[in-house]
Ligand binder design. Structure first.
Ligand code: ZN
Length: 254
């Protein structure tokens, strides 16, 4: 069974929501200073081939690089977001300056897994990166955005930044161990992303956008190439600094 057959959403039960909320209050790594100018990152979760292909090309046309969150266990698999990228795609992306981040090996739900099994799954992904010839991942995205206090504490020491899926911008005081992000998802995704860009600008903060597939008829978790290109044009017009997630985190912690 596909790891994504159930849904891309986090555990939507009250218990799941409370677990994520409580985790947000604990094991924090607060940002100590605001960015010098507003920053924008574009990330692609699960890295379908369309993201590694046309998605990366659109970013490159704007002189930008993206962050691709890879679960090596999904490599080459067909998922609801399309076929996932494989070793050669990731190597090509890395060679062109894109960041390959960690998304666990098996697309593990870190809200329900023990800290021990989450760490073991992340270690498997790190081993796959080494076998493929990729550099170690500096950033991490929780699959489904789901997280518990225990897995957060267990994984935080291994990464410069860990990203969730709750909406928000990153500014002084924000938590790099459970950083917010805004989805470019489905038909309303572009409009929502644009609104958050305006907000990020007004707060001189850092906005991480995420999507999955990039194709003319995207899945409910993806966007069209045109939408992505228009958002990048807006980012340039609004004078955002386009950074990978790794670069963004480094700006705020160095
Ligand atoms: Zn994912």
């Amino acid at each position: 069974m596909s790891v994504h057959e159930a849904a891309y959403h986090a555990d939507g039960s009250l218990v799941g929501k409370l677990r994520r909320r409580i985790a947000r209050l604990r094991h924090r790594r607060p940002v100590l200073r605001a960015p010098d100018r507003p920053m924008l990152s574009i990330s692609f979760d699960d890295a379908p081939l369309t993201a590694a292909g046309i998605g990366a090309e659109i970013l490159e046309q704007w002189g930008a690089r993206g962050t691709f969150y890879a679960a090596a266990g999904l490599a080459g698999h067909f998922e609801p977001v399309g076929q996932c990228a494989d070793r050669d795609d990731y190597l090509s992306l890395a060679k062109r300056g894109h960041e390959i981040g960690c998304h666990t090996f098996s697309h593990l739900d870190c809200g329900r897994a023990s800290a021990q099994s989450a760490k073991a799954d992340v270690a498997l992904n790190a081993q796959a990166f080494r076998d493929w010839g990729l550099p170690p991942a500096d950033s991490f995205a929780f699959p489904f955005g789901d997280v518990s206090s225990e897995t957060k504490a267990g994984l935080a020491p291994d990464f410069a930044i860990l990203r969730g899926l709750h909406e928000g911008v990153i500014q002084e005081g924000s938590d790099l161990n459970q950083a917010p992000a805004v989805g470019i998802l489905g038909p309303g995704g572009e409009t929502k992303a644009r609104r958050w860009m305006q907000y990020a600008l007004s707060k001189r903060s850092w906005l991480i956008l995420y999507t999955h597939d990039v194709q003319t008829s995207p899945s409910p978790w993806g966007c069209t190439p045109d939408a992505l290109a228009r958002l990048l044009r807006s980012a340039a017009d609004l004078n955002f600094e386009l950074v990978t997630v790794r670069e963004g985190a480094a700006r705020l912690t160095l």
